[in-house]
Design a protein around this ligand. Structure first.
Ligand code: C5P
Length: 414
């Protein structure tokens, strides 16, 4: 008994004269205790009867991508998932071209594109087609993609010519199948290179709460939605992200580390702990002032009318400036926000220089404008080279656009 015993092959039969040999291949595989399920292209069904393949394989033959019953019984992804190996025999010039270029216009090509399993192809075609530059290129592409080949062999062909192009004999294909089934048959998922893979980002978001006493605090109306959306977009672009969030009342975005803080001082400390990073985005609405000496107990209304108590305020540290103006260990890219009511660009440019930022996302807070809490934002991007006005965007779209700009500026990782 071979190591292939009990394994399952999905046999894709292409439309060529050699299709009749696929019937023989089914028998050879079953002799080796390999289960075979057959998929036929429309052209293949012109050469051999699906019924013959069904009776030899002992299973239903699949051919139509849009057959509702097939899709209801078994989706096309499931068809290839249920197999240990995909075998294409005969693999026509057309099927090889479709595979090399990722076409998915019918069931056979869709299965071959969607599979996570190894693929063995047994080409069969006229020798001029096999030797044609286009086929040469496609074969080279497929080999580079890790597709295994068996044949073609030299010999006399149905068209009367002699040369390479004849499909390997069923026994030889069956042996190649057994050999492949003995090894690892699953392919790793192709890794998609993401623009910020390997980069580390820190994002501040939300308001801060500055305590007056144990039950009262100074706060602002920041929702944290923009900062959270940026953290998420950075993560989706492949970055490792630390989100330092004030009390925003938003769910923690998936796939990244969220550090929860209350006050500006805590936010500053959390950012310092999260450094170093490649990019820092300060989207938090940090309170400018905090109460100098918060009371340790709840302040009471006094009976003699001596209240309200005086509140002495002191300046909070500027977290963004602290990072942007760092002498050493400054992130390569520092991005700040500015909400201005007048002379937007001029003020944003000043802020950019004063806080050591590369980019300022400037928000015009005109009359009636809703920066805080709204779902949309209209901003200008202010950098050393000038200003770019962006259209009004959903906060998620704005985040993705900003992240694309960040990725462009950081460039590929060295
Ligand atoms: O000076 P202004 O508050 O307008 O600057 C806004 C920008 O500075 C935002 O990016 C905000 O996150 C950041 N900022 C900060 N720490 C502060 C005040 C503002 O990081 N204390």
């Amino acid at each position: 008994m071979s190591g292939a015993s009990g394994k399952r092959v999905l046999l894709v039969v292409g439309g060529g004269v050699a299709a009749y040999k696929a019937l023989e291949l089914i028998r050879r595989l079953r002799e080796r205790a390999v289960a075979v399920r057959v998929v036929m292209t429309r052209a293949a069904a012109e050469f051999v009867a699906p019924l013959s393949a069904a009776s030899l394989s002992g299973d239903k033959v699949y051919s139509d991508l849009f057959s509702l019953t097939d899709e209801a019984e078994m989706g096309h992804i499931e068809l290839s998932r249920a197999a240990d190996l995909l075998v294409v025999a005969p693999a026509t010039a057309d099927l090889l071209a479709k595979m090399a270029h990722g076409h998915a216009g019918d069931l056979a090509s869709t299965l071959l594109l969607a599979t996570d399993k190894k693929i063995l192809v047994a080409p069969a075609m006229n020798l001029r087609m096999w030797l044609a530059p286009a086929t040469r290129r496609n074969v080279e592409t497929l080999r580079a993609d890790g597709i295994a080949f068996v044949g073609p062999r030299e010999g006399e062909m149905a068209c009367g010519e002699f040369g390479p192009g004849r499909m390997a004999e069923p026994d030889e294909i069956a042996e190649a199948v057994v050999e492949l089934l003995a090894g690892e048959t699953s392919l790793p998922l192709p890794t998609q290179a993401k623009p910020l893979s390997g980069r580390r980002a820190i994002v501040t978001s939300g308001p801060t709460h500055e305590p007056i006493d144990p039950v009262r605090f100074i706060a602002n109306r920041s929702s944290g939605r923009q900062g959270h959306a940026i953290a998420q977009a950075l993560r989706e672009a492949g970055a490792e992200v630390v989100l330092v969030s004030g009390p925003a009342g938003l769910p923690d975005p998936a796939g990244l580390e969220t550090v929860h803080v209350e006050t500006a001082l805590q936010m500053e400390a959390a950012v310092a702990r999260a450094l170093p990073a490649d990019v820092f985005v300060a989207a938090a609405a940090v309170a400018d002032w905090r109460v100098a000496a918060p009371a340790g107990h709840k302040l009471k209304k006094s009976a003699d009318g001596a209240d309200p108590p005086p509140l002495e305020l002191v300046r909070n540290p500027d977290i963004l400036a602290g990072v942007g103006l760092r002498a050493s260990g400054r992130p390569k890219l520092v991005v700040g926000f500015a909400a201005e009511t007048e002379r937007l660009v001029e003020n944003a440019q000043k802020k950019r220089a004063a806080k050591g930022c590369d980019l300022i996302v400037a928000n015009h807070v005109g009359e009636g404008a809703r920066v805080f809490g709204g779902a949309r934002n209209e901003v200008s991007l202010v950098c050393a080279e000038g200003v770019e006005d962006w259209p009004e965007l959903d906060k998620g779209e704005l985040a993705r656009r900003l992240v694309a700009e960040i990725a462009r500026r950081l460039g590929p990782r060295a």
